[in-house]
Ligand binder design. Structure first.
Ligand code: AMP
Length: 194
């Protein structure tokens, strides 16, 4: 069956300090599966990436993993994905992930996550795509980043319109629902029940 929507999720290849991060990765995977969606992610089994994919698979989502061959060992490619694409380069990975997505969501993570989030955001401001972008701010993880971005607006290196291209929030269901709606996609019947 064709998925109702496809969300590309960026998140840490490590689990992070608090169990809140693991919890939210599972919630996001679960939500996508319960709402008839498809997950596109980096194809790894480590850290939040693995927890997210396992939860999505368990909830019945189609899971598309895209991993560069150089990272197959390092990030433990997730062989349980519905589709696992082993690609030549990081650029190819990011392009395929972006092309397959209806919306993007970043969870807590390190430089890889941040780089991917900023890349789709800059692509959006340049008009390369018009897909919604979310930042899930769990346990205040992104508070300082958001404060810094506000200061970049104050210092006139950014406009408020650029900030308006991303949505941040701390509730996974609310943010996911907003992203799917902003992508103009039809909801599955369960969408408003959960
Ligand atoms: P991290 O948030 O650093 O744990 O990385 C999360 C994911 O981002 C991993 O799958 C990394 O392979 C990926 N990633 C994407 N672009 C980069 C990059 N330029 N540097 C490091 N990791 C990256």
């Amino acid at each position: 069956m064709r998925p109702a929507f496809t969300v590309c999720v960026y998140c840490g290849s490590r689990p992070g300090l608090t169990s809140a991060f693991a919890g939210v990765a599972r919630q996001v995977g679960n939500w996508i599966g319960q709402h008839g969606g498809q997950l596109v992610y980096g194809g790894g089994k480590s850290g939040l990436m693995g927890l997210l994919a396992d939860a999505a698979l368990q909830a019945g989502a189609q899971v598309v993993g895209v991993i560069p061959k150089a990272l197959v060992e390092k990030e433990w490619a997730h062989r349980g994905c519905s589709e696992l694409h082993i690609v030549d380069t990081m650029h190819e990975r990011k392009r395929m992930m972006a092309e397959r997505a209806d919306a993007f969501l970043a969870l807590p993570g390190g430089i890889g996550t941040l780089e991917e989030f900023f890349e789709v955001w800059t692509w959006r401001q340049l008009g390369y795509h018009d897909k919604p972008i979310g930042l899930l701010n769990i346990a205040g993880y992104y508070d300082k980043l958001l404060a810094f971005l506000d200061s970049a607006v104050e210092q006139q290196f950014m406009g408020t319109w650029q900030m308006d291209l991303i949505r941040s929030g701390s509730d996974p269901s609310t943010l996911l629902r907003e992203l799917v709606q902003a992508a103009g996609l039809t909801h599955t019947p369960q969408l408003d029940e959960i």
